[in-house]
Design a protein around this ligand. Sequence first.
Ligand code: BTN
Length: 322
Amino acid sequence: MEELRDKILNHLYKGEYVSGRELASLFKVSRTAIWKGVNSLRELGYVIDSLPKKGYLLKAPPDLLLPYEIRRGLKARLLGRRIEHYDQVSSTNDIAKELAEKGVPEGTVVIAETQTTGKGRLGREWFSPEGGVWLSVVLRPGVSPDEVPRVALLLGVAVARTLSAFGVDSKLKWPNDVLVGGKKVCGILTEMDAELERVNFVIAGIGINVNNKVEDFPEEFRKSATSLVTEQGKEVPRAALVRLLLEELEEAYGLFTRGNFQAVLGEWRSLSGTLGRKVKIITHGKTLTGVAVDVDEEGALLLTLKDGSPARVLSGDCIHLQ
Ligand code: BTN
């Protein structure tokens, strides 16, 4: 059914009336099958007009992150070759992990309209209402576990590039928050399954506040978070945003897997809102205060502490102080 539905949609997207008879003979199926296909598209939320002698006309697609909508014109070849879409899941990272364990190919994307228990970094909850983009990608980089923190940085670069194409300037906060006007618009959670020397898979979880309004956020996030609709005052076509995000991710990930992480790092540095700032880092129960001077090739943050001594932090929570 999904295949027939996609074929019908391809036709409907031409923007002209097409009759059930024409579609049936084109796809070598019965007119009833076409009628059922059109109705199931309507159930998904597609607004399809039908006129007795003219046939069907697509009036509007639904504002959902449907695989068909994301794939329309998608240039990425690895990322998004399989897309699993859900109305609601616990956490797309958890579903992606289950699929990865079952052996789904690299580049599989799990995307949901809402998450009931979205996961943030450091065991926090991630508020995931309708209107956002909550997705996870299964990656299988042939690298050792200590190279994985780099993936988080490249994800941030890909998100910032995507937002910029949609007219939003953003900055990256180490390790991988994306900020607009100092407020968090996107969070990234990478989780890995590895043995001592070998990574089995990495789940790259990305949450972007897109058309969900900040006034609907829980009180405690209203000051520190933002969304694209709040920043721009207009809604963003989410499927188009995800399409570009997958393309940008594929490019940055390709640089990393081909051994050119330096190029990604250079871009991370120029997009960084952390470097040059006074920061407080909480890592493994310790608090460090100093100036963030650089990020090294492993994705670690290099600091100059108050007493002038250097410090290197591979993971933790970062607070911008000035
Ligand atoms: C953070 O900044 O704390 C990271 C937030 C990551 C949220 C995304 S939403 C999609 C994916 N699924 C999850 O449960 N979490 C990540």
